[in-house]
Design a binder for this molecule. Structure first.
Ligand code: NAD
Ligand code: IPM
Ligand code: MN
Length: 357
């Protein structure tokens, strides 16, 4: 197989973790006889610094012609001024929109070896295996926004908009994913308050009744879901929700496996290249120290192989290697919980060494 992979390292720990995932992919190429070619492009704060634009046209063009895209993270205090005319995060939102990546898959899988790295009790988290489908190109993230007035009367608005079609396509995908797993789907909304959530709930119920009567389906309000996630996480199979709720709930859910540094994601559209990234951000507090956990990005590379390159065996080879590394007791600081920790590159090395057929 030949595949061209675009790397978007971005800001903060982005370059450090992307570099390790690239090495792992190179090793997979070597072991399985594939030819992966990589090219790096600008996104985020570094792109603002170098071009004035968080998503240069050149980056979009490179992404469009790639087989898949691997992103580190964007953002940081340097670009955080609320009155700045653009932001690193705008580049990420724009690439998702430009490529039509409406479905963000965020698997919350426990590694048995890490059960004690979780701040939650073993008996609560054991058996947890959730697949979140976060709608990624609609909702409040992309609603019209603006400011008007002045002084104490100045107001800011940001609309939350969902169309029937947008809800249908993400719910269908989630229901199909459920059919391939434990056949259970939970839709999360705030239909007791928000109009877009009421539309979401109606459309989801119709799609499920008409097209997926075999899938066990229920709805939960987002505030209650925040609680259920830490009280009885093992009860959920596939969870589908809107853009902002999905963002928040998955950061919360990252504490089930023990660290944000462990969670990968895949952003997919109906065609074209997928974009793969850790769910965490640029971690400015630890950037440049070579202590970030690269496993989320390495596991994102596994998702890239699985979803964009149809290379399931190779994806499993990465996931198996990560399991072996953890079984060998190797930990970066975020999952070491006070015991001995290794750095970003050493963790990358450890995975590379364990990639085999
Ligand atoms: P963050 O996810 O960057 O960090 C939250 C906490 O988790 C920090 O303490 C950090 O050190 C830790 N952490 C995150 N990833 C880690 C890893 N791989 N290994 C070890 N520890 C890790 O969230 P934040 O601090 O709220 O945001 C920082 C910046 O990142 C902001 O500018 C935000 O907009 C941006 N962000 C970007 C993305 C993305 O590019 N996809 C995602 C989330 C946040
Ligand atoms: C994520 C991030 C992004 C989001 C930001 C950086 C735009 O938090 O990928 O989870 O909110 O989608
Ligand atoms: Mn987030």
């Amino acid at each position: 197989m030949k595949a061209s992979i675009v790397l978007l390292p971005g800001d903060g720990i982005g370059p450090e973790i992307t570099q390790q995932a690239r090495r792992v992919l190179e090793k997979v190429g070597e072991v399985f006889g594939h030819e992966f070619t990589f090219s790096s492009h600008l996104i985020g704060g570094i792109a603002i610094d170098e071009t004035g634009n968080p998503l240069p046209d050149e980056t979009v063009a490179a992404c469009r012609s790639a087989d898949a895209i691997l992103l580190g993270a964007v953002g940081g205090p340097k670009w955080d001024d609320p009155s700045a005319k653009t932001r690193p995060e705008a580049g990420l939102l724009k690439i998702r929109k430009e490529l039509g990546l409406f479905a963000n898959l965020r698997p919350i899988k426990l590694f048995a070896e890490l059960v004690d790295a979780s701040p939650l009790k073993r008996e609560i988290i054991e058996g947890t295996d959730i697949l979140f489908l976060r709608e990624l190109t609609g909702g409040i993230y992309f609603g019209e926004s603006g400011r008007s007035g002045s002084g104490a009367d100045e107001t800011a608005t940001q609309a939350m908009v969902y169309s029937v079609g947008e809800v249908e396509r993400i719910v269908r995908l989630a229901a199909k994913a459920a059919q391939g797993r434990d056949n259970r789907l939970t839709s999360v909304d705030k239909a007791n308050v928000l109009e877009p959530s009421r539309l979401w709930r109606q459309v989801a119920a119709r799609v499920m009744a008409e097209e997926f009567p075999d899938v066990q389906y229920d709805v939960v309000l987002v505030d209650a879901m925040a609680m259920h996630l830490i009280n009885r996480p093992a009860d959920f199979d596939v969870v589908v929700t809107g853009n902002m709720f999905g963002d928040i709930l998955t950061d919360e859910a990252s504490m089930l496996p023990g660290s944000l540094g462990m969670l990968p994601s895949a952003s997919l559209g109906s065609d074209g290249p997928g974009l793969y990234e850790p769910i965490h951000g640029s971690a400015p507090d630890i950037a440049g120290k070579s202590i970030a956990n690269p496993l989320a990005t390495i596991l994102a590379a596994a998702m890239l192989l699985r979803h964009s390159l149809s290379a399931e065996t190779e994806a499993v080879a990465i996931e198996t290697a990560v399991g072996k590394v953890l079984a060998a007791g190797l930990r970066t600081a975020d999952i070491a919980r006070g015991s001995e920790a290794i750095g970003t590159e050493a963790m990358g090395d450890a995975v590379v060494q364990r990639i085999s057929k």
